[in-house]
Design a protein around this ligand. Sequence first.
Ligand SMILES: Nc1ncnc2c1ncn2[C@@H]1O[C@H](COP(=O)(O)OP(=O)(O)OP(=O)(O)O)[C@@H](O)[C@H]1O
Ligand SMILES: C[C@@](O)(CCO)CC(=O)[O-]
Length: 431
Amino acid sequence: MVVALSSPAGPWPAFVTSAPGKVILFGEHAVVYGKTAVAGSLDMRAYALCTPRTDGLARLLLPDISVDATLPFASLPCRASVEQLAHPGDVAGLLAPHVLADYEGGPGRTAILTFAYLCASLVDEAAWAEGFSLCVRSLVPVGSGLGSSAAFHVALATALLRISGRLTAVDALGRKLVDAWAFRGEQVAHGTPSGIDNAVATHGGFLRYTKGAAPQPLGNSAAGGSSSAAGLRMLVCDTHVPKSTMALVAGVRELRDQHTEAIDAVMQAIDSISTRAADLLAAGKPGCAEAERHLAGAVRLNHGLLCALGVGHPALDLVCRVAGQRCMPAKLTGAGGGGCALVLVPAEADEQAVAEVTGELVAAGFACYPTVVGGPGVAMDDFVDGVPVARWVEAAPSELPGGADGQSDLIERFAALPDAALAQLAPRTGT
Ligand SMILES: Nc1ncnc2c1ncn2[C@@H]1O[C@H](COP(=O)(O)OP(=O)(O)OP(=O)(O)O)[C@@H](O)[C@H]1O
Ligand SMILES: C[C@@](O)(CCO)CC(=O)[O-]
């Protein structure tokens, strides 16, 4: 994929940003309390197409969650008032009621709040002057524990930083900036996130993560280098049981307030599991029999400890039982309470056993994704295979009635791209 970026000032071409979902191998929830966690990027991404306008309006189109909002600059709070907020989530109190009127609760409201917060913080009146349209589509299932919100916030923050002229390249400095602003988006959505999800969505690869410290790559590279940890084969199983990350994190906090010593001991146990696993992955031995045995035990233990924190669910236990019967360790991943579980597939796994596990889980009503973990993080492109993004979207197959008629707005065409066409916008490893 060719990446060529125009100067931020002056007219700009349509561009696309994208960021991956994540899978937490070890340490969710404990990471909120400063413990170590290990996570990797998924091969499912969120994509944002950004196009210039001429009417001074900003349109946010989120077809996955039925949001289509068009805002004038004056409908946003000013930067100074946003900067004075005690917490980014308090932005709701600054917005005129009509902005949220059509989005009472749920993902649409959260997305508008984050958009408003990031726009008010980043895009000044001059940059807004001509307006822009932004459409975000995602192949990361929403609310399943696979970091759909972080992928969304990283893609969104990258687009708004570019529009504001603060970001010209996704290099080390650019990634730091994106990560910091995506984290604020996560704060709007989740209250007190640890930052691990946005770190993985930004940097890609496999990371050892501790809140407040720089994420540590585990023998891998978001730029497409080979990863020892990427040798881990996994099935990600979506139970489709809805959950709220914010409520689950708040629930663990309440439990800790009541049973501080006991919960801190659980957190410490999770920390030792994550730390040892991170060392193993960093040493590049995930496939050897001894390491695999160790990781299998660690996965089972971590699941049990998460259940002790009150974030388990019978559907997640079912995944662990079905996989465990075929000697495949499994645990919940992400916030728990529903959402997804990961199944570690041993290097020597019998393919028949993998197919049986998949079949049983699908028969139980779950979705099963064989997963490649450890791919690229955030990306920003003006060209797809040498073709300007706008022309590529126009030419790509669309699900709009009437097919490729060239009549519809670029944003509408992007919103109607089949998933397979959308997936082609992923950065190609090694280019
Ligand atoms: N495709 C999308 N379009 C627009 N907004 C999205 C999209 N996907 C996710 N979001 C935003 O992310 C929020 C979902 O966050 P939530 O924490 O519930 O799920 P998750 O990130 O998938 O799970 P976890 O945090 O456990 O990994 C939505 O409320 C919405 O604001
Ligand atoms: C549950 C949690 O640990 C992971 C959610 O993907 C919350 C966080 O780290 O912000």
